[in-house]
Design a protein around this ligand. Structure first.
Ligand code: PMP
Length: 437
C-alpha cells in the first residue's frame, strides 16, 4: 500500500532533517503514536503486536515506571556528586542478582557507554589492548565500541587491536563439543594477537549472540571459553544489554545460564524500560585498576529519575514473575514455531531461550543456504498483518523474535498465524514468478 499524505510528509521531512545514518524500518514506514504492554497503535488507530522491542521489556508504558519517574521528577533530578539514597538502595538490590564476586557498580545512559568503559577497564587491568568479539558483534556507537562492532559493516573499520571469533552457531558449526570448539577459536585469536605484538585484554560477548543471529547455544558451553580468557590474563566482559533482566527465562542474566562469573557485566536497554539508564557491574579488583587513577563522571548516568525507573523495573520483574513467564511463554511460542516449521521447507532452524528466539530462513534445508530476500519479504508481510519484528545474523536471514516480556500465551496465535500466512504467500509468489508467462 502507498504512503498516505501524512506518512509521506513525515518521511520527506525526516530525510531532510535527520542524518542519513538513521535507517527506517519497512518499505511502508510505521508511524507509531501509542503503546501499552506488548501492543502498539499507529496514527490510524491500528493495533500492532510488538515482537521486537526488548527496551520496553516489562511492557510499553508500564504504570509502575511512569509512577516512579513522575514521583521522583517532582522531587529532584540531579547527578551523582551529591549524596542520594536511591542509587545505593538500587545498587544493593541489583548486586543481589549477581554473583557474590561482583560488588561494585557504575552508571551511565547507554549500552555503548557501558561497553566503552568496560574496554578501558579491561585495558587498565590487563595492561594489554587486544579485544576479542564475535564475527557479527555489535557493542556500541562510540569510537572504542564501534571498533569492536563488525556488525557495522565494512564502512566502519575495526580497531587494529580487535580480533574476531566465529559465532558459536550450532546450526552451522559442525563440532561435537561446541564449548571446546569455541574455546579453541578464542585461543587461536589470542595467539594471533601475540604474533602481532598485541597483548590480550579481554573477551567481550553478548552471551545470546543476538546480532550473530540469536544463538543461545546449550547452557554451560561458555565455561571453557572463559577459562581460556583468564588463563591468558584477560577479562571476560558479559554484555548483558540483550539477554539481561530475565529475558532468557532460564536465568536473570544471560551469562548465568553458563555458570560463569564475568569480571565485568554491562547492561542497558531493558534496565529502565525506556528511560535511558545503563550500568557496569564489576569485581572490585578489576575495577580498581581503572578507578584508582582515572576519574569518571557521567552527567546523566545514575540520576535519581533514571534510577527510580530502574528500581520499578526490578520490582515488576519480581512481582509479575517475568523470568518464569519468559521461560514458560517463550517455551510455548518456540513449540508452536517448531510445529509451523514442519510445514514450511524454508524454515531451517528455530532456536531460543525464553522470549528471545531466532527463526532462520534458508532456500532449502539440505544446503542451509541463507535466504535473506525471503526474510526481508516475510518481515514486510508480517508488518502488513501488524506484527513488528526484524532480522539479524551475518546473512540477514534470521527473524529476531524478541517481544516485550508482557507477551502472553494468547498473543502466540496472532504471531504464528501471521508467520504462516507470510511464509505461504512468499512461497506462492515465488512459484508464480518461476512459471513462464
Ligand atoms: N551491546 C549490545 C549487545 C547491543 O545490542 C547494543 C544495542 N543494540 C549495545 C550494546 C549498545 O547499546 P546502546 O544503543 O544503548 O548504546
Amino acid at each position: 500500500a502507498a504512503l498516505d499524505a501524512d506518512e509521506r510528509r513525515l518521511t520527506e521531512k525526516r530525510s531532510k532533517l535527520l542524518g542519513d545514518s538513521y535507517r527506517l524500518f519497512y518499505r511502508k514506514p510505521v508511524h507509531l503514536v501509542r503503546g501499552q504492554g506488548q501492543y502498539l497503535w499507529d496514527a490510524h488507530g491500528d493495533k500492532y503486536l510488538d515482537v521486537y522491542n526488548n527496551v520496553a521489556s516489562i511492557g510499553h508504558c508500564h504504570p509502575a515506571v511512569i509512577a516512579a519517574v513522575h514521583e521522583q521528577m517532582q522531587q529532584l533530578n540531579t547527578h551523582t556528586r551529591y549524596l542520594h539514597g536511591r542509587i545505593l538502595d538500587y545498587t544493593e538490590d541489583l548486586l543481589g542478582t549477581l554473583p557474590a564476586e561482583i560488588t561494585k557498580a557504575m552508571y551511565m545512559c547507554t549500552g555503548s557507554e557501558a561497553n566503552d568503559l568496560a574496554i578501558r577497564i579491561a585495558r587498565a587491568y590487563s595492561g594489554g589492548t587486544g579485544i576479542i568479539v564475535s564475527q557479527e558483534a555489535y557493542h556500541g556507537t562510540s569510537g572504542l565500541t564501534s571498533g569492536v562492532s563488525p556488525a557495522l559493516g565494512s564502512g566502519q573499520p575495526l580497531a587494529a587491536t580487535t580480533r574476531l571469533v566465529p559465532a558459536p552457531d550450532r546450526y552451522r558449526v559442525d563440532a561435537p563439543d561446541l564449548g571446546a570448539w569455541f574455546a579453541a577459536e578464542i585461543q587461536k585469536q589470542i595467539d594471533d594477537m601475540a604474533a602481532h605484538g598485541i597483548q590480550f585484554a579481554g573477551f567481550l560477548a553478548d552471551s545470546i549472540f543476538s546480532s550473530d543471529g540469536v544463538l543461545p547455544g546449550p547452557a554451560g558451553y561458555l565455561k571453557e571459553a572463559v577459562e581460556v580468557v583468564h588463563r591468558n590474563g584477560g577479562i571476560f566482559i558479559a554484555d548483558e544489554v540483550q539477554p539481561g533482566f530475565a529475558r532468557t527465562g532460564e536465568a536473570f542474566w544471560g551469562f548465568a545460564r553458563h555458570g560463569v562469573v564475568p569480571d565485568v557485566v554491562t547492561t542497558g536497554k531493558p534496565m529502565g524500560n525506556g528511560i535511558p539508564v545503563s550500568g557496569l557491574l564489576a569485581r572490585p579488583e578489576v575495577l580498581a585498576a581503572f578507578s584508582d587513577d582515572i576519574p569518571y563522571f557521567n552527567t546523566f548516568g545514575g540520576n535519581p529519575v533514571s534510577i527510580a525507573a530502574a528500581q520499578a523495573v526490578l520490582r515488576v520483574i519480581r512481582e509479575e514473575g517475568l523470568q518464569r513467564h519468559s521461560l514458560e511463554v517463550g517455551g510455548q511460542l518456540q513449540a508452536e514455531l517448531a510445529k509451523l516449521a514442519e510445514r514450511h521447507e524454508n524454515v531451517g532452524d528455530v532456536r531460543g531461550t525464553g522470549l528471545f528466539i531466532g527463526f532462520e530462513l534458508v532456500t532449502d534445508r539440505a544446503s542451509k543456504t541463507p535466504d535473506k530476500a525471503l526474510a526481508l519479504d516475510v518481515v514486510e508481510k508480517l508488518r502488513e498483518q501488524r506484527v513488528l519484528t526484524s532480522v539479524a545474523g551475518p546473512h540477514g536471514n534470521v527473524l529476531k523474535l524478541r517481544p516485550p516480556l508482557a507477551f502472553q500465551t494468547h498473543d502466540i496465535d496472532w504471531l504464528v498465524s501471521a508467520l504462516d500466512t507470510a511464509l505461504s504467500t512468499c512461497a506462492q509468489q515465488r512459484r508464480n514468478a518461476a512459471v513462464p508467462a
